[in-house]
Ligand binder design. Sequence first.
Ligand SMILES: Nc1ncnc2c1ncn2[C@@H]1O[C@H](COP(=O)(O)OP(=O)(O)O)[C@@H](O)[C@H]1O
Ligand SMILES: [Mg+2]
Length: 263
Amino acid sequence: MAEIILEAKSLRKEFGGLVAVDDVSLQVKSGSLHSIIGPNGAGKTTFFNLLSGNLRPTRGRLIYEGRDITNMPLYRRAHFGIGRSFQITNVFSNMSVFENVRLAAQAIDSRSMVMFTHYLRFTSYQIKALEAIETVGLSGMENVPAGALPHGDKRKLELAIILATDPKLLLLDEPTAGMATEQVPEIIATIDNVRKVGDKTVMLVEHNMSVVMSISDTITVMNHGALLAEGTPEEIAGNTAVQSAYLGELYGDFEDMSSSIGR
Ligand SMILES: Nc1ncnc2c1ncn2[C@@H]1O[C@H](COP(=O)(O)OP(=O)(O)O)[C@@H](O)[C@H]1O
Ligand SMILES: [Mg+2]
């Protein structure tokens, strides 16, 4: 049986009277690509915020690599290997691609205060940055100011920034948001490459159903904060509750979605 890297146990988040995440339990297998889908407002981003430590749950537990991290602050989770991206582009526009990524590699290192006295450590950040840039396919763009990148390349840069922090588990919230349709396959191939090259676990929130169906090992469907269904792409595509409850109306032609299965 595959190792479980992350387990949520009845994780719940209330905002005042609103239940944004309604006692969600799930297990994420190490090395898998696990997608969370659901309509707008289903609680996907809130759930990611609970996993990353941006938000504390109202109740429930979170276990990462066998350790209870429910009350662990964000920066410590990051040190333990939980890296997340945001729906909002999060780069320094005036800095080069390389500087953005190197800074991330350096920032995660708690010993970075002594970095400037230690040439070898400095070099290791540079190497890590260059590796991350290569993995996402931005080699050759190192000196380009981040602000001058086309939108699709900015998303790749965001991926490189997370990668440079050497995460074991990547939380990617709508990495294709705002991208032109023709750019989507490239970013998806990049995510697939990140996972395979680096042997990472990836959790993905994504609204593009053909992407989700083609790339995921496991899909969890959320609706009104609660877990509606979970399974392989085949199982989710064939799940009548999912179909009738929401996929059909939200994503249009269900046949179209099913036809994109088949990796
Ligand atoms: N900080 C917050 N304060 C109050 N309500 C919030 C907050 N963040 C999200 N919500 C609400 O929680 C619900 C889930 O939102 P969200 O997690 O962003 O959904 P999704 O990412 O699936 O679209 C929505 O009703 C949203 O308005
Ligand atoms: Mg969201």
